[in-house]
Design a protein around this ligand. Structure first.
Ligand code: DGL
Length: 265
Protein backbone atom coordinates (compact mmCIF):
# COMPACT_ATOMS: atom_id res chain seq x y z
CA UNK A 1 0.00 0.00 0.00
CA UNK A 2 0.99 3.60 -0.57
CA UNK A 3 0.62 5.64 2.62
CA UNK A 4 -0.50 9.20 1.95
CA UNK A 5 -1.02 11.84 4.58
CA UNK A 6 -2.24 15.41 4.80
CA UNK A 7 -3.56 17.79 7.42
CA UNK A 8 -7.09 17.17 6.11
CA UNK A 9 -9.06 16.72 2.92
CA UNK A 10 -6.82 18.71 0.55
CA UNK A 11 -4.56 15.70 0.03
CA UNK A 12 -7.28 14.22 -2.14
CA UNK A 13 -5.89 16.39 -4.95
CA UNK A 14 -2.68 14.37 -4.59
CA UNK A 15 -4.56 11.06 -4.46
CA UNK A 16 -6.31 12.16 -7.66
CA UNK A 17 -2.97 12.34 -9.49
CA UNK A 18 -1.73 9.06 -7.94
CA UNK A 19 -4.93 7.35 -9.12
CA UNK A 20 -4.29 8.75 -12.59
CA UNK A 21 -0.65 7.67 -12.89
CA UNK A 22 -0.70 4.57 -10.65
CA UNK A 23 -4.23 3.19 -10.72
CA UNK A 24 -3.23 -0.35 -9.77
CA UNK A 25 -2.00 0.40 -6.24
CA UNK A 26 -3.94 0.67 -3.01
CA UNK A 27 -3.81 3.77 -0.92
CA UNK A 28 -4.06 4.22 2.80
CA UNK A 29 -4.78 7.88 3.47
CA UNK A 30 -4.71 9.77 6.75
CA UNK A 31 -6.07 13.32 7.10
CA UNK A 32 -5.33 14.98 10.43
CA UNK A 33 -8.57 16.96 10.59
CA UNK A 34 -8.45 17.00 14.41
CA UNK A 35 -5.37 19.21 14.31
CA UNK A 36 -5.65 21.18 11.04
CA UNK A 37 -4.74 23.67 9.76
CA UNK A 38 -1.04 22.82 9.60
CA UNK A 39 -0.42 25.91 7.49
CA UNK A 40 -0.35 28.27 10.45
CA UNK A 41 1.33 25.89 12.94
CA UNK A 42 4.98 25.92 13.97
CA UNK A 43 7.65 23.55 12.69
CA UNK A 44 7.87 21.42 15.87
CA UNK A 45 4.13 20.69 15.88
CA UNK A 46 4.11 19.73 12.21
CA UNK A 47 7.20 17.51 12.63
CA UNK A 48 5.76 15.78 15.71
CA UNK A 49 2.48 14.81 14.04
CA UNK A 50 4.07 14.03 10.67
CA UNK A 51 6.24 11.47 12.47
CA UNK A 52 3.31 9.99 14.43
CA UNK A 53 1.24 9.69 11.25
CA UNK A 54 4.13 8.09 9.34
CA UNK A 55 4.51 5.46 12.10
CA UNK A 56 0.75 4.87 12.09
CA UNK A 57 0.72 4.36 8.30
CA UNK A 58 3.68 1.97 8.48
CA UNK A 59 1.92 -0.05 11.19
CA UNK A 60 -1.04 -0.41 8.84
CA UNK A 61 1.01 -1.83 5.99
CA UNK A 62 2.21 1.22 4.02
CA UNK A 63 5.52 0.52 2.31
CA UNK A 64 6.18 3.98 1.00
CA UNK A 65 5.03 7.36 2.28
CA UNK A 66 3.71 10.32 0.32
CA UNK A 67 3.73 13.53 2.34
CA UNK A 68 0.82 15.10 0.46
CA UNK A 69 0.62 18.14 2.74
CA UNK A 70 2.87 20.88 1.41
CA UNK A 71 3.32 22.39 4.87
CA UNK A 72 4.44 19.00 6.25
CA UNK A 73 6.70 18.61 3.23
CA UNK A 74 8.19 22.03 3.94
CA UNK A 75 8.79 21.59 7.67
CA UNK A 76 9.03 17.85 8.15
CA UNK A 77 10.14 15.92 5.03
CA UNK A 78 13.90 16.23 5.65
CA UNK A 79 13.30 15.37 9.32
CA UNK A 80 11.25 12.28 8.36
CA UNK A 81 13.93 11.14 5.93
CA UNK A 82 16.44 11.22 8.83
CA UNK A 83 14.05 9.47 11.24
CA UNK A 84 13.18 6.71 8.73
CA UNK A 85 16.38 6.34 6.69
CA UNK A 86 15.32 3.15 4.87
CA UNK A 87 11.84 4.26 3.98
CA UNK A 88 11.03 5.71 0.54
CA UNK A 89 9.48 9.09 1.37
CA UNK A 90 8.03 11.32 -1.34
CA UNK A 91 7.26 14.96 -0.70
CA UNK A 92 5.76 17.84 -2.64
CA UNK A 93 8.61 20.35 -2.85
CA UNK A 94 11.44 18.81 -4.83
CA UNK A 95 9.46 17.42 -7.79
CA UNK A 96 7.76 20.81 -8.24
CA UNK A 97 11.04 22.71 -8.01
CA UNK A 98 12.65 20.48 -10.64
CA UNK A 99 9.71 20.88 -12.99
CA UNK A 100 9.57 24.66 -12.48
CA UNK A 101 13.25 24.97 -13.34
CA UNK A 102 12.68 23.01 -16.53
CA UNK A 103 9.72 25.18 -17.54
CA UNK A 104 10.87 28.71 -16.73
CA UNK A 105 12.37 30.69 -19.57
CA UNK A 106 13.04 33.98 -17.79
CA UNK A 107 14.22 32.32 -14.53
CA UNK A 108 11.54 34.13 -12.50
CA UNK A 109 9.47 31.69 -10.48
CA UNK A 110 6.51 32.38 -8.18
CA UNK A 111 5.37 30.14 -5.38
CA UNK A 112 2.14 30.31 -3.46
CA UNK A 113 1.46 28.29 -0.33
CA UNK A 114 0.37 28.42 3.30
CA UNK A 115 2.03 30.94 5.65
CA UNK A 116 4.05 28.03 7.13
CA UNK A 117 5.30 26.79 3.77
CA UNK A 118 6.36 30.29 2.73
CA UNK A 119 7.96 31.00 6.11
CA UNK A 120 9.98 27.76 5.97
CA UNK A 121 12.02 29.18 3.06
CA UNK A 122 12.30 25.65 1.65
CA UNK A 123 11.57 26.56 -1.97
CA UNK A 124 14.20 29.26 -1.99
CA UNK A 125 16.71 26.82 -0.51
CA UNK A 126 15.95 24.05 -3.02
CA UNK A 127 15.81 26.39 -6.02
CA UNK A 128 19.10 28.06 -5.08
CA UNK A 129 20.77 24.66 -4.64
CA UNK A 130 20.02 23.84 -8.28
CA UNK A 131 20.43 27.23 -9.96
CA UNK A 132 21.78 30.28 -8.13
CA UNK A 133 20.61 32.62 -10.89
CA UNK A 134 16.90 31.95 -10.34
CA UNK A 135 14.73 34.74 -9.00
CA UNK A 136 12.07 33.56 -6.63
CA UNK A 137 8.93 35.31 -5.31
CA UNK A 138 6.65 33.79 -2.66
CA UNK A 139 3.19 34.78 -1.49
CA UNK A 140 1.13 33.11 1.26
CA UNK A 141 -2.52 32.67 0.24
CA UNK A 142 -4.29 31.47 3.41
CA UNK A 143 -7.85 32.27 2.27
CA UNK A 144 -7.59 29.92 -0.71
CA UNK A 145 -7.96 26.88 1.59
CA UNK A 146 -11.31 28.05 3.01
CA UNK A 147 -12.60 29.09 -0.42
CA UNK A 148 -11.93 25.62 -1.82
CA UNK A 149 -13.46 23.91 1.20
CA UNK A 150 -16.61 25.97 0.63
CA UNK A 151 -16.64 24.85 -2.98
CA UNK A 152 -15.90 28.40 -4.17
CA UNK A 153 -13.38 27.50 -6.84
CA UNK A 154 -14.44 30.28 -9.21
CA UNK A 155 -16.71 33.34 -9.32
CA UNK A 156 -16.47 36.91 -8.11
CA UNK A 157 -15.38 36.42 -4.49
CA UNK A 158 -12.67 33.93 -5.39
CA UNK A 159 -11.38 36.14 -8.20
CA UNK A 160 -11.18 39.17 -5.88
CA UNK A 161 -9.18 37.18 -3.31
CA UNK A 162 -7.00 35.72 -6.06
CA UNK A 163 -6.27 39.23 -7.37
CA UNK A 164 -5.16 40.38 -3.93
CA UNK A 165 -2.66 37.53 -3.65
CA UNK A 166 -1.58 37.13 -7.25
CA UNK A 167 -1.32 40.62 -8.72
CA UNK A 168 1.86 41.40 -6.71
CA UNK A 169 3.39 38.23 -8.20
CA UNK A 170 2.23 39.16 -11.68
CA UNK A 171 4.01 42.52 -11.29
CA UNK A 172 7.25 40.62 -10.65
CA UNK A 173 7.03 39.29 -14.18
CA UNK A 174 7.19 35.62 -13.22
CA UNK A 175 6.63 33.12 -16.05
CA UNK A 176 6.14 30.03 -13.84
CA UNK A 177 3.99 29.57 -10.74
CA UNK A 178 4.15 26.65 -8.28
CA UNK A 179 0.83 25.84 -6.59
CA UNK A 180 2.46 24.92 -3.28
CA UNK A 181 -0.59 23.82 -1.28
CA UNK A 182 -2.90 20.83 -1.56
CA UNK A 183 -6.00 22.93 -2.25
CA UNK A 184 -4.64 25.28 -4.90
CA UNK A 185 -4.82 22.98 -7.96
CA UNK A 186 -8.60 23.16 -7.61
CA UNK A 187 -8.29 26.92 -8.24
CA UNK A 188 -6.16 26.52 -11.36
CA UNK A 189 -8.72 28.03 -13.72
CA UNK A 190 -9.17 31.15 -11.58
CA UNK A 191 -5.42 31.48 -11.04
CA UNK A 192 -4.80 31.30 -14.80
CA UNK A 193 -7.49 33.90 -15.38
CA UNK A 194 -5.65 36.37 -13.13
CA UNK A 195 -2.09 35.47 -14.15
CA UNK A 196 -2.75 35.28 -17.90
CA UNK A 197 -2.65 32.34 -20.25
CA UNK A 198 1.11 32.44 -20.77
CA UNK A 199 1.90 31.50 -17.19
CA UNK A 200 3.27 27.96 -16.66
CA UNK A 201 1.37 26.43 -13.77
CA UNK A 202 3.16 23.73 -11.78
CA UNK A 203 0.87 21.35 -9.92
CA UNK A 204 3.21 19.58 -7.44
CA UNK A 205 0.78 16.66 -7.10
CA UNK A 206 1.23 15.87 -10.78
CA UNK A 207 5.02 16.25 -10.58
CA UNK A 208 5.05 13.93 -7.57
CA UNK A 209 2.85 11.26 -9.17
CA UNK A 210 4.99 11.20 -12.32
CA UNK A 211 8.16 10.91 -10.23
CA UNK A 212 6.65 8.15 -8.12
CA UNK A 213 5.70 6.20 -11.23
CA UNK A 214 9.25 6.48 -12.56
CA UNK A 215 10.68 5.45 -9.19
CA UNK A 216 8.55 2.30 -9.08
CA UNK A 217 9.51 1.38 -12.64
CA UNK A 218 13.17 1.62 -11.63
CA UNK A 219 12.74 -0.18 -8.28
CA UNK A 220 10.85 -3.42 -8.89
CA UNK A 221 11.73 -4.84 -5.44
CA UNK A 222 9.89 -1.93 -3.78
CA UNK A 223 7.10 -1.96 -6.38
CA UNK A 224 6.40 -5.62 -5.50
CA UNK A 225 5.97 -4.73 -1.82
CA UNK A 226 3.22 -2.24 -2.68
CA UNK A 227 0.92 -5.00 -3.82
CA UNK A 228 -0.12 -5.76 -0.25
CA UNK A 229 -3.49 -4.07 0.03
CA UNK A 230 -6.87 -4.83 -1.44
CA UNK A 231 -8.99 -1.72 -0.84
CA UNK A 232 -8.29 1.97 -0.44
CA UNK A 233 -8.74 3.32 3.07
CA UNK A 234 -9.36 6.94 3.97
CA UNK A 235 -9.17 7.81 7.67
CA UNK A 236 -9.54 11.20 9.32
CA UNK A 237 -8.83 12.11 12.93
CA UNK A 238 -12.05 14.16 13.11
CA UNK A 239 -15.08 14.87 10.89
CA UNK A 240 -13.74 15.97 7.49
CA UNK A 241 -15.53 19.26 6.80
CA UNK A 242 -17.44 19.37 3.49
CA UNK A 243 -15.87 16.06 2.55
CA UNK A 244 -18.31 15.17 -0.21
CA UNK A 245 -17.71 18.52 -1.89
CA UNK A 246 -13.95 17.96 -2.06
CA UNK A 247 -14.44 14.30 -2.95
CA UNK A 248 -16.64 15.37 -5.85
CA UNK A 249 -14.21 18.08 -7.01
CA UNK A 250 -11.36 15.54 -7.12
CA UNK A 251 -12.88 12.40 -8.60
CA UNK A 252 -16.07 10.54 -9.49
CA UNK A 253 -15.35 7.70 -7.08
CA UNK A 254 -17.35 8.21 -3.89
CA UNK A 255 -15.18 7.67 -0.83
CA UNK A 256 -16.51 6.58 2.52
CA UNK A 257 -14.31 8.13 5.20
CA UNK A 258 -13.46 6.43 8.51
CA UNK A 259 -13.40 8.96 11.38
CA UNK A 260 -11.13 7.98 14.26
CA UNK A 261 -8.26 9.75 15.98
CA UNK A 262 -5.45 7.30 16.70
CA UNK A 263 -3.53 9.90 18.74
CA UNK A 264 -6.16 10.71 21.35
CA UNK A 265 -4.85 9.82 24.77
N1 DGL B 1 -2.65 20.71 3.42
C1 DGL B 1 -2.08 22.01 3.71
C2 DGL B 1 -0.92 22.26 2.76
O1 DGL B 1 -0.85 21.69 1.69
C3 DGL B 1 -3.14 23.11 3.61
C4 DGL B 1 -4.18 23.08 4.71
C5 DGL B 1 -3.61 23.36 6.08
O2 DGL B 1 -3.14 24.49 6.33
O3 DGL B 1 -3.63 22.45 6.91
O4 DGL B 1 -0.06 23.03 3.08
Amino acid sequence: MIGVFDSGVGGLTVVKEIFKYLPEYQIIYFGDTARLPYGTKGADFVRKYSKKITEWLLNRGAKIIVVACNTSSAWAADFLKKEFPNLPIFEMIEPAVKEAIKKTKNKRIGIIGTPGTVKSGIYKKKLAEIDGELKFFAEPCPLFVSLVEEGLIDGKITEEVAKKYLLPLKKKNIDTLILGCTHYPLLEKTIKKIMGKNIEIINPARSLARGLKKFLENNPEIEKKLRNGSVHKFQFSDEPYNFQKINHLCFDKKIKPIVKDPFLS
